[in-house]
Design a binder for this molecule. Structure first.
Ligand code: ADP
Length: 246
């Protein structure tokens, strides 16, 4: 067994549930959903951490309006700063918002490093905003955090649903835990829900198109009050209770 797996397990031993947020493609709202889900779970009274591992598209700090000029404190590891009540850690602290021209192996090493150094301490939920797609980093995460419960984000587009179906198949093949699927930018068809039924995974609900969302980026309190935030809170409640939405 890779000794780093043990190190990461130890760092995460007081984290009750780990939820990596994954999507087949980029641009489906994964960052907005990761961040808003973390804030919703906090609102529901849980201790929450948010880790942005989307190397080439890290944007949770922009959504939270969290300055990245100051590096997190270090004391026997890195201590994530508390932002809007959640413990927040992002790869962006180390890439300083410049383009990160890392290649496969370097990205894997950075991902493993950040998991191995971050001191989350006691958490109910750790939400991980993953890079989109079925690439190397997904495989790394599966290897290093075998107890992750994957939450999948799709859109009503057949293009998204098609790729997500492959993602579900991959996770199922490896017997990984799938929490369920959320449809973002719902648009009147049931492609995602039908796929969820076909693949026998839980459909956790949908979020409609929210025209004001871009104007609310950087204002987490306003996001929570928007339709986007309200819908996501329902998803959070389902995750917490484990109830099916129907
Ligand atoms: P990803 O992390 O999957 O690349 P983001 O969370 O960064 O996606 O979202 C990308 C963009 O998609 C947002 O800036 C916004 O313009 C748009 N978007 C996402 N969800 C919605 C929604 N429910 N309604 C309207 N626009 C949305």
């Amino acid at each position: 067994m890779d000794p780093r797996v043990k190190g990461i397990e130890l760092k995460l031993k007081n984290v009750r549930r780990i939820i990596p947020i994954v999507s087949g493609k980029g641009g489906v709202g994964k960052s907005l959903i990761s961040t808003t889900l973390a804030l919703s779970l906090k609102e529901l009274g849980f201790e929450v951490g948010l880790l942005d591992l989307d190397f080439h598209g890290a944007s949770d700090h922009v959504i939270l309006n969290s300055p990245i000029s100051e590096l997190p404190d270090e004391e026997k590891g890195v201590i994530p700063p508390v932002v809007h009540g959640i413990k927040f850690m992002s790869i962006v602290y180390y890439s300083t918002d410049k383009p990160t021209p890392l290649r496969g192996k370097e990205i894997s090493d950075a991902l493993i490093e950040i998991l191995a150094i971050t001191r989350w301490d006691q958490l109910d939920f750790l939400i991980i905003d993953m890079p989109p797609g079925l690439g190397e980093q997904l495989l790394d995460l599966i290897r290093f955090i075998p107890r992750g419960e994957f939450l999948i984000v799709s859109t009503p587009s057949p293009l998204s649903v098609n790729v997500v179906e492959k993602l579900v198949a991959l996770l199922k093949e490896g017997n990984h835990r799938i929490l369920g699927i959320v449809e973002n930018m719902h648009a009147g068809n049931n492609l995602t829900e039908e796929m969820a039924e076909r693949m026998r995974i839980k459909y956790l609900g949908e979020i409609g198109v929210c025209d004001e969302i871009d104007s609310l980026i950087g204002e987490p309190e306003s996001i929570m009050l928007s339709d986007f935030g309200k819908n996501l809170k329902k998803v959070a409640e389902r995750i917490v209770s484990g109830d099916r939405p129907r």
